[in-house]
Design a protein around this ligand. Structure first.
Ligand code: EPZ
Length: 421
């Protein structure tokens, strides 16, 4: 269903359960490619379009999968293909996470360069540079990466930027490299720790220290194991903001509160009252937010994947907020759509200047990417009248049953097919 209609103005009330994290599930699913004739079992795998795309990719490479609810078992034969199909890699950037494990396990791989998307160019130069430092021979011809390595060797690698994907690809490559690999200036997102747990379960020594340095001792062969995907901190935060923007009382359950510290600190600054439980957070009604300044940056900073949703929430604050985006170069395209709903957002370079308004009006808008779509949904929940959101295909990539979850919180939400164009 490609269109969502929301009639806004209802304060949301109730409890919503968090899905397994999309950005943890994708790398740990790719890590099964390290296995030879063994199985990986994952619990709490979310039912998302991006997960389906990764399943299609793994199936193309020869992995067989079994799903029982949100438990998935990946059986990997001795021999698998090492060529990632173009149409799947172009469909989802996270397919590039097959690069490291395929190269380490098969000694070679052919993988199309992932395309850019609406939030900016999405190069993988840091992934390739690290793999070459480990001894891989890499050529790029006509947008295709040809990589070959008889035996990857562990060594010290410094990442120019704490790239999540580069950290994950190099960790998986290091698992089968000869000797120890020390990766400096790594990403420190919780999803990295989830991948480290899987690699430890496979028999690999992984020290993450949580300080942006990862040490990995490679092994000859990895073992099958079982692991649980961590809760999705971005999905959970989106529902927290749904409670805030509608002035409702919402409890988000099955979370790791520590993964949401940056958001909760900003909400406290903005005057939001909330209660943090051992695995939940409840926000209480707030009449109007106070303005705040935010810089979206790598973890543990304020997450870039929550920047659009936070900007949407701040469009109704009582004053001027500033939100700077330091991770992606074009992650404000959605602001035009919010302005069509009556918001007053001005973009200056890498900063959004948000002049709070009294109210938003429903309008016809378009989701340009996953988190932009989430931002429009939040604005629609608070707006007067009806909002029509087109291109929901982006939202289904990362939000499991968001229509049902919002309806259960009292939102007036309906889905429909897009008219034939
Ligand atoms: C992961 O993408 C997430 N995706 C993104 O979530 C998230 O926004 C991003 O990390 C940052 O937290 C998954 O985990 C599947 P990066 P990734 O490598 O790994 C530049 C969502 O909405 N860069 O940390 O692609 C890059 O251009 C998605 O769930 C290089 O220049 O992000 C970007 O500006 C969106 N060269 C910045 O680093 C490289 O080799 C961050 O990229 C790699 C990255």
């Amino acid at each position: 269903m490609d269109v969502m209609r929301i009639r806004g103005g209802t304060p949301l009330k109730g409890v919503v359960k968090t899905q397994g994290a999309k950005n943890a599930a994708l790398p740990v699913m790719a890590s099964c490619l390290l296995l030879k004739g063994r199985t990986l079992t994952l619990e709490n795998v979310p039912d998302l379009h991006d997960v389906s795309t990764m399943l299609d990719l793994l199936a193309c490479l020869g992995v067989t999968m079994e799903r029982l609810g949100n438990r998935m078992t990946f059986s990997v034969p001795e021999e698998i293909s090492w060529e990632a199909p173009e149409h799947l890699v172009r469909k989802m950037r996270a397919s590039s996470l097959a690069l490291g494990p395929l190269l380490a396990r098969c000694g070679k791989t052919v993988l199309p360069l992932p395309g850019g998307c609406s939030i900016g160019s999405r190069p993988i130069d840091l992934h390739l540079k690290g793999l070459m430092q480990m001894g891989a021979k890499i050529e790029i011809r006509n947008g295709i990466v040809y990589a070959q390595a008889d035996q990857l060797r562990g060594r010290r690698i410094y990442l120019d930027f704490p790239s999540v994907g580069a950290t994950e690809n190099l960790m998986m490559a290091a698992a089968l490299a000869k000797g120890e690999t020390i990766i400096e200036n790594t990403a420190r997102e919780p999803e990295i720790e989830n991948l480290a747990s899987v690699l430890r379960g496979m028999g690999v020594t992984v020290d993450t220290e949580g300080t942006g340095c990862v040490r990995i001792k490679g092994v000859e062969e990895v073992q099958g194991c079982r692991e649980r995907v961590i809760p999705d901190r971005i999905e959970a935060s989106t529902y927290v903001l749904a409670g805030v923007i509608t002035g409702g009382e919402v409890t988000v359950d099955d979370i790791v509160p520590a993964h949401m510290d940056a958001l909760l600190a900003k909400l406290e600054e903005a005057g939001v009252r909330f209660h943090v439980g051992s695995s939940s957070v409840t926000v209480f009604p707030v009449r109007r937010l106070m303005p705040v300044s935010i810089r979206a940056m790598p973890y543990p900073g304020f997450p870039t994947d929550l920047q659009p949703q936070m900007v949407a929430t701040l469009t109704l604050a009582n004053g001027v907020s500033l939100v700077e985006e330091s991770v992606f170069q074009a992650r404000f395209l959605y602001s035009e759509e919010l302005n069509r709903m009556g918001a007053n957002i001005t973009i200056k370079g890498d900063t959004a200047i948000i002049q709070g308004v009294e109210r938003l009006q429903g309008a016809s808008v378009r989701a340009m990417d996953l988190r932009a779509g989430a931002a429009l949904i939040l604005a629609a929940l608070a707006a007067e009248g009806e909002t029509r959101i087109d291109e929901m295909v982006h939202v289904w990539r990362g939000y499991e049953a968001i229509d049902k979850k919002l309806k259960a919180l009292g939102a007036d939400v309906a889905l429909e097919e897009a008219e034939e164009k």
